[in-house]
Ligand binder design. Structure first.
Ligand code: GRF
Length: 225
């Protein structure tokens, strides 16, 4: 029985609009100038970047990164330890201030405080940090200075998941940077930051798109396929 011809007023099937997932919400924690934040803001301007910085939180009103955020129209909050009775109360207040924004991911981009139990209980497993050395070498607040003092010929940067330690969380990605004769801390850190920004942007995009798997204490980014 041949199929009856379509009626003259039949409409061709309308193409379904591509389902573009809304970008994942990211909160950035920072204490410094904010060049790393600026790299994330530049990246998210590109079509298809899967994340969007929805708030910037600092431990100090003096952070230059707050100005970078404001310039981009990103809401900012300062949660300063000195405004709270002790470190535990500050940690809980920080966890709450970030939680209100409901981020999928938290990125520490030059954040000079240790995140405590309350913060990690609420946001743990979704907190990334970028560090200007090849961990586990040279953890802590003076990584570039320490690497220079040690006389290494190669250093670099690391992006890792944050755990309760100081720069001890599972490593996700690293990039090497040559140390030049005559480098001082500022010159070397400047070169590290150039590499570090790209590494962090890449890890954020991959973490959002494919997630992270923890196996035997190691973390790996999952390729969304
Ligand atoms: C980055 O190198 C980061 O790894 C370190 O501090 C620097 C932050 O730079 N913890 P900026 O404030 O983003 O310019």
């Amino acid at each position: 029985m041949p199929a009856s011809p379509p009626s003259p007023d039949a409409q061709p099937p309308r193409p379904r609009p591509a389902v573009v997932p809304s970008p994942a919400r990211v909160v950035v924690l920072l204490s410094g100038a904010g060049s790393t934040l600026a790299a994330l803001l530049a990246a998210q301007a590109a079509p298809g970047f899967p994340a969007r910085v929805v708030a910037v939180v600092s431990d100090t009103p003096a952070a230059g990164g707050l100005e970078v955020a404001r310039g981009a129209g990103v809401p900012t909050v300062v949660v300063a330890p000195g405004d709270f009775a002790d470190r535990a109360v500050w940690d809980a207040a920080l966890a709450q201030a970030v939680g209100v924004v409901d981020p999928a991911w938290v990125v520490c981009a030059g954040f000079m405080r240790i995140l405590g139990p309350a913060f990690l209980a609420r946001h743990g497993g979704r907190v990334l940090n970028t560090h200007p050395a090849l961990l586990p070498s040279f953890p802590g607040a003076h990584a570039v200075r320490d690497a220079l003092a040690h006389g290494v010929r190669v250093t670099g940067c690391t992006v890792h998941l944050v755990d309760e330690g100081v720069d001890t969380g599972p490593i996700l990605a690293q990039a090497a940077v040559q140390v030049h004769d005559g480098d001082d801390e500022a010159a070397l850190h400047k070169r590290i930051k150039v590499v570090e920004r790209d590494l962090l942007v890449d890890v954020v995009a991959r973490a959002v798109r494919g997630g992270i798997v923890l196996e035997h204490g190691r973390a790996r980014l999952v390729d969304p396929g």
